[in-house]
Design a protein around this ligand. Sequence first.
Ligand code: SF4
Ligand code: SF4
Length: 183
Amino acid sequence: MQALTNRAKEVSRKPMTLLEKLYLPAIAKGMLITFSHIFKKQPTVSYPEQKRPFSPVFRGLHVLNRDEEGRERCTACGLCAVACPAEAITMEAAERLPGEENLYREEKYAAKYEINMLRCIFCGLCEEACPKDAIYLSETFAPANFTRKGFIYGKDALLIPDAKTDPEGYAKARGIGEPTTAD
Ligand code: SF4
Ligand code: SF4
């Protein structure tokens, strides 16, 4: 058969020596490489027990904030949704009723607030757009999920627990006290 180019090379395979056929030198060489790594500093961490320190500009999972009295800060103005380049935020506003002043800071609040984490690119523009300091991107990850629906985070997942009634949940949402590796 005629070759299309003259780049073809005939490869000659050398017959293996007896030592090579035994594979022992190759095994010993491989073990040496393995043992040489035992006492070296590990480049990996045992996630999730250990976590690397985050960069100061890391932007993670969103948190809907409360004020110092534990009231929801969000007033459902929609500025975060307008600023979001991924159109990941949806909400429904409701009027605060008499007697709910201890729950909601403003006269209008978000009865429903959802972020689609599959759309979100964690750019932080929602945080920058918010005039009420009601949303920020924390230092925690959005956990993995098996369904698309599981990535649509509602208020139950986003609203930060009240620091007074649930200090543990509050610290977890803020990413405080999570183990980090000392690099
Ligand atoms: S971080 Fe960016 S993409 Fe994600 S919800 Fe906020 S504005 Fe949208
Ligand atoms: S999070 Fe902020 S910007 Fe978004 S609706 Fe609430 S108050 Fe407005």
